[in-house]
Write a protein that binds this ligand. Structure first.
Ligand SMILES: O=C(O)CCC(=O)C(=O)O
Ligand SMILES: [Fe+2]
Length: 344
């Protein structure tokens, strides 16, 4: 990283449209931010403020339900890692995160699996929706469709910025990208045992499209030992690069580390991140970069504690098993035993 940024830039999605007079300028700026923080704000995404406000209101209503109505859809009941987790039940690098959340994905029937099927097929299945808030289901499913469309446009912009055809990744998402939506509430410091809203981590997919409500707390690694605050800007999303794009670009695009700090006592924070990934059956190719870009490629940063696989389903399942040990134990004990055997 050449210089320390102190704020994230704002990009307008419309400028990446083929034929837009500012497209080349926008692609240059996208390449530049990809080589520094890998995070930016996105405007011009086309999702109406009413839809944003509607989902945010429903999220607030969900979290203010009595505990038993939230626990009706506890994640522990879902082998597909869908549903609600109380604060302190998710882990980043073995340490508790202080956020309550509901996870949703593509709405699918549970598959009838046999022992010969790859384990990642267990991720496919239905969501859990709360009986007490029937409006949540249509709002969540529409939101997943709409942010997926935004994410694919961002992915096409990254592809063009890498000197590729905009649809270069279509073979690994067109059968259905992996979609993970979280609705998250970070309780204030008086309600938590530490400042870790979510611990420092990288995201796994192609890109993340994050909606924040009004309270900040997201921080992005500045590469120099400090953190850049990414406070909410009304009507925008925060977008960042995930590990799949880092793998595909051989490290030209960088999945950067970020975290969320617990809000001050007396308040709380709401956020709605969406993670767009490749099809679970896909394997990530390495793109053939133009020579000028290839010359700058540093290679992928592999973390020995958290190895990255090119097989998408294997990678996603690994991260879900780690983040949700209670679900892993309840539904996938056989996989944990296999892992232990492999390590011993
Ligand atoms: O809540 C946020 O602002 C970001 C959450 C996040 O980084 C994640 O869930 O991966
Ligand atoms: Fe993240």
């Amino acid at each position: 990283m050449s210089e320390t940024a102190s704020t994230l830039p704002i990009f307008d999605l419309r400028r990446f449209t083929p034929g837009h007079p500012k497209r080349n300028e926008a692609l240059d700026a996208l390449r530049q931010v990809s080589r520094s923080t890998g995070f930016f704000y996105l405007t011009g995404h086309g999702i109406a403020q009413e839809e944003i406000d509607h989902l945010t209101r429903l999220a607030r209503r969900f979290f203010s339900l009595p505990a038993e109505e939230k626990l009706e859809i506890e994640m522990r009941k879902s082998p597909h890692f869908r549903g609600y987790n109380r604060a302190g039940f998710e882990y980043t690098r073995g340490t508790q995160d202080w956020r309550e959340q509901v996870d949703f994905g593509a709405e699918r029937e549970k598959l009838q699996l046999t022992s010969g099927d790859p384990p990642w097929k267990r991720l496919i299945g239905p969501n859990q929706f709360p009986t007490a808030l029937p409006e949540l289901r249509p709002a969540v499913l529409k939101w997943i469709d709409d942010v997926t469309a935004v994410g694919l446009k961002v992915l096409q912009a990254f592809s063009a910025a890498l000197g590729q055809k905009p649809d270069v990744f279509a073979p690994i998402y067109s059968k259905g990208p992996n979609q993970l939506l979280k609705i998250v509430r970070y309780p204030g410091r008086d309600q938590t045992e530490s400042d870790q809203g979510v611990g420092a981590h990288k995201d796994g997919g192609f890109v993340t499209i994050l909606l924040q409500d009004v309270v900040g707390g997201l921080q992005v690694d500045d590469g120099q030992g400090g953190w850049i605050d990414a406070p909410p800007l009304r009507g925008t999303f925060v977008v960042n690069i995930g590990e799949l794009l880092e793998l595909a670009s051989n490290g030209y695009l960088k999945a950067n580390i970020h975290r969320v700090v617990t809000p001050p006592a007396g308040g709380d924070r709401l956020s709605i991140p969406f993670f767009l990934g490749a099809n679970l059956s896909a394997s990530i190719p390495v793109l053939d970069l133009p020579p000028a870009l290839a010359a700058e490629v540093p290679g992928v940063t592999q973390d020995p504690l958290n190895p990255l696989f090119r097989e998408v389903g294997r990678n996603v399942l690994k991260s879900r098993l780690r983040s949700h040990p209670d679900v892993a134990k309840a539904h996938h004990a056989d996989l944990l035993e296999e892992k232990e055997k492999a390590l011993s």
